[in-house]
Ligand binder design. Structure first.
Ligand code: COA
Length: 390
């Protein structure tokens, strides 16, 4: 049995309240909070990037015995900080993982962390006793005053994959599909994504339907067997657009169970925004942290991963007895409640700050706002340098 032994997330300490943003933009706040389903949006300072967020997500869950057992570090990201060097190479060093490990980055929009998870599962299968660290870390940016503005966000998820996992056993049920489309993309020369919002919604729902049909044919699972769905969530309404049509002819009991669990799984995204590659696994943590007694050991969870461009995958996993003892629920909730509430002016100033691109040494200081354990402290002749806050 192989799967998720430990899991954690990190989001920057700064956010913008979306009622405040809607009022400032002259939009009815209900459009953001009900129509799109978002309440708060993480806004990273320049000192939090894909590397520091990924390290911040992984650091609290790794013990000394993990650091000597991890032979593979995979970072899924679509907002990497270098076109050549992987974010994983930095994170491997920041975390103190032993030198004889491979550290790589995977890109396929929001699907990258799932590719990493499946690679990690196969790696552990062929390397008994060894472990793999999978991270999804991203900053979602569409630009100020764009239609995608309210669906931005930032954060990272880290998962330790091992034999005899203590949270989720991943089943051999995965079904994936690919199609070359332009629903969302970001050319190398742009730091904001280009999105055809309506088309991306349609593509997401189409992928879900095709994959679900094939998944049920190949596994013989039906909705009765599934305790909860976890979705990739660019915003909380998105998963519901896929789930609701599926429930139309189902019994009241099935509808009630799956919709109640859907709401629990969207709570963290509602307050953080889109974290791209980590989003699906943030939904999983939100579900586990916010449910009280409705999920039992051996319950079946279905996961829908979607990365624009596009690749999708559905797979399933079973909860392990005692999983709730291995979650850091209190710290997850504290991280969200203790954040700094930005004014509009602070939000726009932070959003517009850019990493210096010239020779020389550039110190970066956002002490007023941020409190991540790892942060980007300076750029020295185009090299990023990170420090650890004691
Ligand atoms: N009260 C309640 N709901 C309201 C409202 C109000 N006053 N005003 C609008 N709405 C609803 C709309 O009816 C719509 O609901 P629906 O989607 O269920 O039909 C929703 O709010 C959004 O309105 P819409 O006019 O479609 O918003 P928009 O053109 O500004 O775009 C997105 C919204 C989500 C498409 C846009 O933010 C976007 O492109 N985001 C990025 C999408 C993405 O990440 N795609 C990747 C998929 S993986």
């Amino acid at each position: 049995m192989i799967g998720i032994d430990k899991i954690n997330f990190f989001t920057p300490n700064t956010y913008i309240d979306l009622v405040k943003l809607a009022t400032y933009r002259g939009v009815d706040p209900d459009k953001y909070t009900i129509g799109i389903g978002q309440s708060k949006m993480a806004v990273p300072t320049i000192t939090q990037d894909t590397v520091s967020m990924g390290a911040n997500a992984a650091f609290p869950i790794l013990e000394k015995k993990d650091l000597t057992a991890i032979d593979l570090v995979v970072v899924g990201t679509e907002t990497g900080i270098d076109e050549s060097k992987s974010a994983a190479a930095f994170i491997h060093q920041l975390l103190g993982i032993h030198p004889f490990a491979k550290s790589i980055e995977i890109k396929q929009a929001c699907y990258g962390a799932t590719a990493g998870l499946m690679m990690a599962r196969d790696f552990v299968k062929t390397h008994p006793g060894r472990k793999a660290l999978v991270i999804g870390s991203d900053i979602s940016r569409y630009g100020l005053n764009t239609s995608g503005e309210v669906t931005q966000g930032a954060g990272a998820v880290a998962m330790l994959i091992s034999e005899n996992p203590r949270i989720l056993a991943i089943e051999d049920t995965s079904i994936a599909m690919s199609e070359n489309i332009f629903d969302f993309w970001r050319p190398n020369y742009s730091d904001t994504a280009i999105v055809d919002g309506k088309f991306s919604n349609e593509a997401y729902v189409k992928f879900f339907n095709l994959l679900w049909t094939k998944f049920t044919e190949e596994t013989t699972y039906s909705l009765d067997d599934i305790s909860a769905f976890c979705f990739h969530l660019p915003y909380t309404k998105m998963g519901k657009k896929a789930l609701l049509p599926l429930l139309e002819n189902e019994s009241a009991g099935v509808k009630e169970k799956l919709l109640a669990h859907y709401d629990l799984s969207t709570e963290y995204t509602r307050n953080i925004g889109n974290i791209y590659t980590g989003s699906l696994y943030l939904s999983f943590m939100s579900l586990l942290d916010n449910q009280t007694t409705s999920l039992k050991p051996n319950d079946l969870i279905a996961f829908f991963s979607y990365g624009s461009g596009a690749v999708g995958e559905i797979f399933s996993g079973r909860l392990i007895e005692g999983y709730e003892k291995h979650l850091d629920t209190a710290n997850h909730k504290d991280m969200l409640t203790d954040r700094y509430d930005l004014s509009i002016e602070e939000y726009e100033t932070i959003f517009n700050k850019e990493i210096p691109k010239t020779d020389g040494i550039h110190s970066l200081d956002e002490e007023k706002y941020e409190k991540g354990t790892f942060y980007l402290s300076h750029i020295s002749n185009h090299q990023r340098h990170y420090e650890k806050r004691q």
